[in-house]
Design a protein around this ligand. Structure first.
Ligand code: PMT
Length: 410
């Protein structure tokens, strides 16, 4: 995700400085070119040699020791950056930047950069909550500096509280979000994901193999592109994506209610969830006992949520998925027309690495004219990105967002 991007990583002197090694690896693995500036105190916690080895670039530890490819000292570092990340950031560096103090390589370079700056504070809880530190954070946020909030947990000083450096994945996600153009800003995108569970006694249910990965990939990607995202999700083991409005549900009936509650506010609805078409007609209050012979469970139909949305959607863009084991294109296109979708994404289940649970998928995207685009096997994040490109075009054609008006749910 970060190919061709130059990240300048500033490291300051806190115990979390050791985590900057993993952060460097995370950035490098994503294809970024990472240059590191350490304060003198940071070098007490982790050696420049470790970071030089991991980044593959010279590490700069003070203003007077610049060497390597950088020709004009801190100005070169400042100008080369696509993004500047300070992790961990102590109260000291936050205070210095907020006060316009530039007295070492890191603070002078931050002062000189026009790149976005992401500050990741990590410190003792009382320090973090100190009103002076909070005032500095507010002041910097107001003029466009980005912050990742520290996490709660046990701190190096043995106290419990907020102050831990967020995970490298969390910081990476913020970096990608900051660097992604916000072409979906203004769109309210409602996404469903995961399986539904249809119970027939207090300990058993009927469900399917959906992991939620495809739907969560849409939520993450749409949020990165600036959309306001509501994610209605059946039970999954995935972490809730940061910055989305999350609505957890279990059964198809609950999913229907959650979706209908949010349709009016949405400009785009993307139904990735694998909704059970049937549910047990009866729910036993107690665990069904094992008896000799067979057990029959009568099933009744669940509401077809996307069909209900299709009837009331107005100009909203409606995208569905199709899970077919035969005649994918014909069946998917018929579903699109029958349920009034704008696009349908058919999973190519014949392709290894495609469909339930994989991190990858291979799909065909069909529009109302019957035009079919084939996307080869790629990550679910990339599939979501490509489908959102199509969604964006439809939004532009319809002049969305605008006032979508109320919907009549009945
Ligand atoms: O979650 P993963 O492990 O990443 O797997 C992703 C996926 C394979 C589940 C996903 O890519 C996918 O195909 N989801 C839709 C599966 C499905 O239910 O297909 P369908 O052909 O049965 O349904 C067609 C459309 O109607 C879907 O958009 C579905 O959300 C919707 N539907 C279906 C039944 C129902 N009662 N209500 C609905 O809204």
């Amino acid at each position: 995700m970060l190919e061709g991007k130059k990240i300048v990583l500033g490291i300051t002197g806190g115990i979390a400085a050791y985590k900057s090694a993993e952060l460097t690896r995370t950035f490098v693995k994503q294809g970024a070119n990472v240059s590191i500036i350490m304060t003198r105190n940071a070098t007490e916690f982790i050696t420049p040699l470790t970071l030089k080895t991991l980044s593959g670039n010279p590490v700069y530890a003070d203003t007077f020791s610049l060497s390597g490819d950088w020709d004009v000292g801190h100005i070169s570092l400042a100008e080369a950056a696509h993004i500047f990340v300070i992790a961990p950031a102590t109260a000291n560096i936050i205070g210095k930047i907020a006060s316009g103090i530039a007295d070492d390589l890191l603070s002078t370079t931050v002062m000189a950069t026009k790149a976005p700056v992401l500050i990741c504070p990590a410190m003792n809880t009382n320090m973090y909550n100190n009103s002076l530190v909070q005032d500095n954070i507010r002041k910097l946020s107001d003029v466009g500096y980005y912050f990742v909030e520290p996490e709660h947990g046990e701190l190096a000083c043995k106290a419990e509280g907020q102050g831990r450096l967020p995970s490298s994945e969390g910081i990476l996600e913020e970096v990608i979000t900051i660097l992604t153009p916000k072409d979906l800003k203004g769109q309210n995108i409602l996404i469903t994901a995961g399986p539904t569970r249809e119970p027939f006694d207090p300990v058993r249910f009927i469900s399917n193999y959906s992991s939620g990965k495809m739907g969560y990939a849409f939520a993450i990607t749409a949020k990165r592109r600036g959309a306001s995202v509501t994610l209605v999700s059946g039970p999954t083991s995935l972490p809730v994506p940061h910055g989305v409005n999350f609505v957890g549900v279990s059964s198809a009936l609950e999913m229907r209610d959650a979706v209908m509650d949010h349709v009016a506010d949405s400009t785009v609805i993307i139904k990735v969830a694998a909704v059970a078409d049937y549910r047990p007609a009866l729910m036993s209050d107690s665990k069904i006992k094992k008896e000799p012979g067979t057990l029959s469970i009568t099933l009744e139909q669940n509401p077809d949520i996307i069909s209900e949305v299709g009837k009331i959607k107005g100009d909203r863009v409606l995208v569905g998925f199709a899970m077919e084991t035969e005649d994918l294109l014909k069946n998917a296109y018929n579903k699109l027309l029958a349920k009034n979708m704008d696009l349908i994404v058919g999973n190519d289940l014949s392709r290894p690495g495609s469909g339930f649970q994989y991190d990858t998928n291979s799909v065909r995207v069909i529009d109302r004219s019957g035009d079919v685009r084939k996307f080869p096997l790629m990550s679910k994040i990339n599939i979501a990105d490509r489908v959102l490109d199509r969604v964006k075009k439809l939004c532009d054609q319809r002049g969305l967002p605008g006032s979508m008006g109320d919907v009549d749910r009945h």
